[in-house]
Design a protein around this ligand. Structure first.
Ligand SMILES: [Zn+2]
Length: 508
């Protein structure tokens, strides 16, 4: 049973969270729950990137103190855990967590052989917190933000990234560092082959408003927020504390033989698949074992903007409060493709939940439990062979776990949920074919009663198996719904509980 360390990126807290943040958290939670369910030891870490210059500017724009502003927004990210039923084991806030700063300082010192100071002039996007070359820009504007970067000339510390092209390439091509999907892996290899320039890893303290972690031995400079932020994956494990890297958590989760998996969005691929592994190599640490890159969500066809009208309606906690945690998780898992952007609308959230959860799965469980009550006094019939016409459903039940597991191994959440959904889909089809109500009539009739009774038992037994399997297989994806379904399918004193809806319909 390998240990699995799962991390999400730590977002800037220059605003409250939106639905795009929920995607990565829910994906990571599914993996965490799935692995725990198989008996693997899991550590699931999330957090917030507090030390960004972007936070400073947003606080100023809001007329708030930086500390107060950052704390308030970070709090709403932390609250997503409850709203989305996340099983986060550890949540690190880079400005507040006592584990972080000493770890970053130790990391910096461990990289010292690859750090040097140099004057630099370039185009800087504060939104991205990075320098761009003119070739990176789209018509002179930041490809991420559409804003014009500012010309900056300053003296900074640089990291000798150029030295790591060959070892990075080797780690990726050998599969030691797996990057999914394959298109992203090719993108990273192309970046490496295009030549890796050294990158700046500090900023003048003045420009950062004093916010951030001072460079060890050079208090006029603060550590570049990306260097600082990336370190969170190991500082939360105790890296560099007590003057060494021998903390128990670090040794187990980062230096151990298990999996180290980062989830991230395509916009920060270069940082995670090039800068971060190079920093780890420079400081003599193991690399992550896998990086999974998701694309972006849009809302109503537009880029999700924190300031747009109605942005508060796209807050995951508000969505979960209004439509339920299950509906929000289900939309993210069922509609967002492994490759390509997805467009979120409330209408799609409602349609998906009503079609598949309320009408598909919920209706199935309700009908089956009701029939077992009506025809068998709430008692599940004894195990019986699969009745004619039930083969596809039987296969869907037997294969769901393996299919979902294989899909999750490839970070394909849509295919994984499709395997579970197939149980409900096949079961509803089977009911219409097997027509238990006709069998019940024959069961009670004068002729063929025994035969009808045995067939009805076999049909109800298979359907009950389907509902129980759906409850079991749904656990990583919709933990709350899974618990309700399992409760409906578990006899108390020999009889199933009276049928009650497991999902409410959302459409008015
Ligand atoms: Zn930008």
């Amino acid at each position: 049973m390998p240990d699995t360390y799962l991390t999400t990126t730590i977002p800037y807290v220059n605003a409250r969270p939106h639905i795009g943040h929920a995607l990565e958290l829910v994906q990571a939670d599914v993996l965490a729950r799935y692995h725990r369910g198989r008996g693997d030891a899991v550590r699931f870490q999330a957090g917030t990137d507090d030390n960004s210059l972007k936070n400073v500017l947003a606080a100023e724009a809001a007329g708030a103190g930086v500390r107060e502003f950052v704390d308030r927004n970070a709090e709403s990210f932390l609250a997503l855990g409850g709203a989305l039923s996340l099983t986060v084991d550890d949540f690190i806030r880079t400005s507040r967590d006592p584990r972080h700063r000493p770890g970053v300082v130790a990391f910096w010192r461990a990289c010292a052989g690859d750090l040097y100071r140099q004057r630099y002039a370039g185009l800087y996007c504060t939104g991205c917190e990075q320098f761009y070359t003119p070739a990176d820009l789209h018509e002179g504007r930041c490809p991420e933000h559409g804003t014009e970067p500012e010309q900056v000339s300053e003296e900074n510390w640089f990291f000798r990234l150029s030295r790591y092209a060959a070892p990075l390439r080797e780690a990726i091509t050998s599969g030691r560092l797996r990057i999914e999907p394959a298109g992203r892996r090719r993108e990273v290899l192309a970046l490496i082959d295009g030549g890796l320039a050294d990158f700046s890893v500090s900023r003048p303290a003045g420009r950062a408003g004093g916010w951030g972690i001072p460079v060890p031995g050079d208090p006029e400079q603060v550590i570049y927020v990306w260097f600082d932020a990336l370190c969170n994956y190991v500082t939360a494990l105790g890296y560099g504390r007590d003057g060494g890297t021998d903390g128990g958590a670090y040794r187990r989760w980062w230096a151990g033989p298990g999996h180290r998996v980062h989830l991230l969005g395509k916009g920060v691929l270069r940082f995670h698949a090039v800068y971060w592994p190079a920093m780890l190599l420079a400081s003599g640490q193991p690399l992550p074992t896998a990086i999974f890159v998701h694309d972006y969500l849009t809302a109503g066809g537009r880029k999700i903007s924190k300031s747009a009208a109605g942005a508060d309606l796209l807050e995951p906690a508000a969505l979960a409060a209004e439509y339920g945690t299950d509906a929000v998780r289900w939309w993210l898992l069922r509609e967002v493709p492994r490759v390509g952007d997805a467009d979120f609308t409330i209408e799609r959230l409602i349609a998906r939940a009503d079609d598949e959860l309320a009408n598909g799965l919920g209706n199935l469980v309700n009908r089956v439990v009701a029939m077992i009550h009506r025809y068998r006094d709430g008692r599940i019939p004894a195990p019986a062979p699969v009745p004619p016409g039930g083969e596809d459903l039987d296969a869907a039940i037997r294969l769901a776990g393996d299919r979902a597991g294989a899909a999750l191994a490839g970070f394909d959440f849509r295919r994984a949920t499709a395997a579970v959904w197939a149980i409900a889909d096949e079961a509803n089809r089977f009911i219409n074919r097997a027509r238990p109500w006709d069998l019940a009539r024959a069961d009670g009739g004068a002729d063929g009663g025994v035969d009808g009774g045995a067939r009805l038992d076999a049909v109800l037994y298979l359907l009950e198996r389907a509902c129980s399997a759906a409850g079991r297989e749904l656990v990583p994806f919709l933990p709350d719904a899974a618990a309700r379904i399992t409760r409906q399918c578990t006899p108390l004193d020999g009889r199933l509980p009276a049928p009650s809806p497991v999902f409410r319909r959302l459409a008015r």
